[in-house]
Design a protein around this ligand. Sequence first.
Ligand code: ADP
Length: 304
Amino acid sequence: MNERHHRVLAIGECMVEMAPRADGAYTRNFAGDTFNTAWYMRRLLPEAWSVDYCSAVGEDRISDHMLGFMQKAGIGTDSVLRISGRTVGLYMIELDNGERSFSYWRGQSAAKLLARDREVLSAALAGTDIVLFSGITLAILSEEDRRNLLYALAEARRRGTRVAFDPNMRLRLWPNVAVMCAAVAAAAEVADIVLPSFDEDGQYYGETSPLETIARYRNAGASTIVVKNGVGRIHAEGREEGVVTFDPQPVAQVVDTTAAGDSFNAGFLSARLSGASLGDAIGRGAQVAAQVIGKRGALVDIDV
Ligand code: ADP
């Protein structure tokens, strides 16, 4: 098989992260859920695969730096729009006796406009083997642009692109629970692979078992569902494999759980793309996530 033409595309918002250092100064990083997954997938997949990001940034210096950071990491930026008069979103981490809290400045970020043109989206999706988006991707868009995105994804899916979706439910980004759940349900209808976290889906859909979460996404049309659950048992279902469970090895020293789910997704999807079984791919996802939560920050060095 010629592996040259395989392509992964992640769609969403990458932000500037200001993270405190021990001496009180701040370090500037770049991170964001779908971007984190793309970053880890770039590390985990063979060179023959291309990993691209689809988003929007401004035309200012910090937007240039963000694009430079992506390119240096080996991530393609041809599908990142540049929008004049806008800039990138930012969040700041505050440490209070070891507890982390986050403040966001993203109301006017360029990424909110990433789906304003269906044809641009279709062009970005053309020739993509697998595309990943999330509930955060949906949350930052207007209602109309959300429809554009789901339309373009459905069209790409008909042409053979596999669609992966992480519901990543962040209530503060939505007007209320009902609007958030309706958007997640609409997204699930265009997805082949759904990667929820039980602490969110269980809470917002009132589900008491991951098997209920699996059934809901199966009924929406997904063929592979993996329900993450922190250190708890992972429940998954594949159309061919049936139900699979996996108990992650507890991490002795959890340093920072940022990007646990994002890096799990990267390990899982990379393994599936390389032909791994559902159970082996879950194991790979858990192994990557375990490394990530053992270190500080969203993007850390991992053994591949
Ligand atoms: P999210 O970051 O989306 O909330 P989870 O907290 O469910 O996701 O974690 C994603 C994955 O990270 C889990 O499925 C598991 O493999 C791994 N993980 C999370 N917390 C731990 C932990 N304390 N020990 C070991 N693995 C963990």
